[in-house]
Design a protein around this ligand. Structure first.
Ligand SMILES: [Zn+2]
Length: 194
């Protein structure tokens, strides 16, 4: 076994970045830089924040991925063997990167990905709990796309989905606290937080 001790100081400004034991992505509360855990060090990643919509306030922040990707859906085939049109296009997905039940993760990712949320500077506040790496976020995007194809009103038997990422950022997501749950300050979606 090969162990590396990795310094969790921000690679951009040197400030300490407090983190949970399973965190693998980080946002610096001092300079707003994003970073992911590499093999021997923290690697810088572009970062941004989604702003609360008017009337909502950020009580706490949780990390996610904002990923722009080309999506290709083809070879849609129904249960009767009939082929129906696919589509292709560039889409932006926002995938929460902190621990959530699959149902909540799906609900929140769908809501955030279809919201035209305003972006702004990463808040100078803690934003911990990032445990979903980029590869898994891309797998999840594929799952979302396949899920929406299955929901279309035809009996889909098979479909081919290709996800070709164009760019990615770590994004700070704002939440309110509602009776012990987290309410997204962008979409209003309520999920069970940790
Ligand atoms: Zn920093």
């Amino acid at each position: 076994m090969d162990f590396h001790l990795i310094n969790l100081d921000c690679p951009a400004c040197g400030s300490a970045m407090a983190a949970g034991p399973h965190d693998i992505l980080f946002l610096c509360p001092h300079c707003g830089s994003g970073a992911v855990l590499g093999n021997t060090k923290l690697d810088l990643v572009d970062s941004t924040a989604l702003m609360p919509v008017p009337g909502r306030r950020a009580r706490l922040w949780r990390p996610g991925w904002s990923i722009e990707t080309d999506v290709l859906v083809n070879a849609r085939r129904g249960t009767g063997g009939r082929v129906t049109p696919g589509w292709s296009g560039r889409r932006r997905f926002v995938i929460p990167a902190f621990p959530l039940a699959l149902e909540d993760l799906t609900l929140l990712a769908r809501a955030l990905s279809s919201a035209a949320g305003a972006t702004g500077e990463v808040p100078k506040e803690p934003c911990h709990g990032g445990t979903l790496d980029l590869v898994d976020a891309l797998v999840f995007i594929r799952y979302l796309v396949v899920g929406s194809e299955v929901e279309r009103p035809d009996d889909l038997a098979t479909v081919k989905v290709e996800i070709s990422p164009v760019s990615h950022r770590i994004v700070a997501l704002p939440f309110e606290i509602a009776e012990g749950r987290l309410r997204c300050a962008v979409t209003g979606t309520v999920v069970r937080g940790e």
